[in-house]
Design a protein around this ligand. Structure first.
Ligand SMILES: Nc1ncnc2c1ncn2[C@@H]1O[C@H](COP(=O)(O)OP(=O)(O)OP(=O)(O)O)[C@@H](O)[C@H]1O
Length: 308
């Protein structure tokens, strides 16, 4: 089988006593957008910097498009479109001059696509970088990362500073990229945003990859939040032991819980043994579903490290 565009095994990094990344095994495949999620300080940027050869790993291996990220970092830089968290721009240069400069660094005629990208993102390439707003600086960073049509895009929080319309435009560009067979590794701390564009997500917490999941699988596990109010008293024991039911709370005349679709029928049958005064059933967002599965340490039993 061909090696995936991004492949790491046992990749680890420390800064003094801080373990920034611990034994990361990660594959990002051709044709997919992989959302790399984690709270602030989880180790996302450290991972991306290791992949770009900007940091030396303490242990383990990282390969991109067949090259060792640390030993062959020049080759890796030529092949990857990288958007750092805070794009390094030259204040006095215009967008067009950045395109020329970075295009030349990447080997000449590899930026024909830039004007079209700028137009789609609504960015004026004639303006000096120092006069650009935060969102427009981000757009210029995106143009520079995508303009050479690299096979792999590595994007650190690409939507930050973009309004919802521009986020959608960016997602469209990323979809076009994967439709051509390209791959995307995209870091973010916001699941709600990543779920709109990613095919798979990986969750990093305190330097450890605790879960990898296909978005559609996560959706199929999606919880419903059920609340019921009764006109007589109910007992908690009547609702205990339904597989998959979470956060069950039962009062004298009410109950509330999170329920996967598979357990809805069982729960509703038990509820209907009592006179029901009111019932509410709403599908929880992925964020809530996700937290229910992975937030507590006990969620570790559910963790899959290689969703297929
Ligand atoms: N150059 C450095 N020197 C010392 N510690 C560092 C350095 N870079 C990162 N760290 C530490 O490593 C850990 C992981 O940081 P990292 O920046 O990779 O997290 P992150 O997931 O990208 O967070 P954020 O979303 O805030 O950017 C943190 O505890 C951070 O303080």
């Amino acid at each position: 089988m061909m090696e995936p565009p991004v492949s790491t095994r046992g990749l680890s990094k420390t800064f003094g006593d801080t373990v920034a990344l611990s034994e990361l095994d990660l594959d990002v495949r051709s044709g997919e957008i992989f959302g790399y999620l984690g709270p602030n300080g989880a180790g996302k940027t450290t991972t991306l910097r290791l992949l770009l050869g900007m940091l030396k790993p303490l242990a383990g291996k990282a390969r991109i498009l067949g090259h060792d990220c640390w030993r062959e970092q020049v080759a890796v830089h030529r092949l990857v479109g990288y958007l750092p968290g805070d794009p390094a721009l030259y204040g006095h240069l215009t967008g067009a001059q950045h395109v020329e400069y970075f295009g030349a660094l990447r080997g000449g005629e590899r930026h024909g696509h830039a004007a079209e990208l700028a137009q789609r993102l609504g960015l004026d390439l004639r303006r000096a970088a120092r006069t650009l707003s935060r969102g427009n600086r981000q757009k210029l960073g995106i143009v520079l990362a995508l303009m050479s049509r690299p096979e792999l895009l590595v994007l650190d929080e690409p939507s930050s500073g973009l309004d919802p319309i521009m986020q959608r435009e960016l997602h469209g560009l990323l979809r076009e990229h994967t439709a051509r067979g390209g791959a995307v590794l995209l870091s973010s701390h916001v699941l709600a945003e990543v779920q709109r564009v990613a095919d798979r997500i990986g969750i990093l917490r305190a330097g450890r990859l605790i879960a990898v999941e296909r978005i559609d699988e996560l959706r199929s596990k999606s919880l419903h939040r059920v609340s019921a109010w009764f006109s007589d008293e109910v007992a908690a024991a009547e609702f205990a032991g339904i597989p998959g039911v979470r956060q069950l709370e039962v009062g004298d005349r009410w109950l509330t819980c999170g329920v996967p679709r598979s357990a809805l029928d069982d729960l509703l049958k038990r509820i209907s043994r009592h006179p029901v005064m009111d019932l509410e059933c709403v599908e929880a967002g992925l964020e809530e579903t996700f937290l229910a599965y992975y937030a507590e340490p006990s969620g570790a039993q559910q963790v899959r490290t290689d969703a297929t």
